[in-house]
Design a protein around this ligand. Structure first.
Ligand code: MN
Length: 164
């Protein structure tokens, strides 16, 4: 085999190897993160009741018989709700990531995947992502006594406050 033939074989070999590597990397990138998510991310929330970027996927609309609404909310790091109250309280299921939950007058709590919060009725509170991680929650909210009452935004100072 002459020098030229060896060079051509080397080039073809390099191309084949690089193609294979690229395909394997692409598959890993596309499949792995998506497969760990339980619900769709939903629509970006554009109302003024949130600070930062958050998305809502409505899972169940309340009706006259089952008066709970259920929604999955995805918060980017730093994103959070404004202060608010629920006339019947709320149940928060932590689906993924790390978040914060705080009731007025109490220290902030860290929420991690698998944890559940039962938020009392008519108690001002907020919830959202931690500074470093995306946070996904499913909120179950009874609509028997009326809608959520939205209050003022959570300031950066409160958001960055000490943890319980
Ligand atoms: Mn709430």
């Amino acid at each position: 085999m002459n020098y030229r033939a060896v060079w051509v074989l080397f080039l073809i070999g390099t191309m084949v190897l690089s193609c294979k590597k690229e395909t394997a990397k692409d598959l890993k990138k596309e499949v792995k993160p998506e497969s760990s998510l339980v619900f769709d991310k939903g629509e970006k929330i554009t109302n003024a009741n949130f600070v930062g970027n958050a998305w809502l996927e409505m899972l169940v609309h309340a009706d006259s018989i089952n008066r709970n609404s259920v929604g999955s909310v995805t918060f980017e790091p730093g994103a959070r709700t404004n202060w608010h109250t629920h006339p019947n309280g709320q149940i928060i299921l932590v689906i993924d990531g790390e978040g914060f939950y705080q009731e007025k007058g109490s220290p902030k709590k860290i929420l991690r995947k698998g944890e559940v919060v039962k938020c009392p009725a008519n108690t001002p509170h907020w919830h959202g992502a931690s500074t470093e991680q995306t946070f996904i929650q499913v909120a179950i909210t009874s609509r028997v006594a009326g809608p959520t009452v939205w209050l003022e935004p959570v300031t950066d100072e409160v958001y960055m406050g000490s943890v319980e």
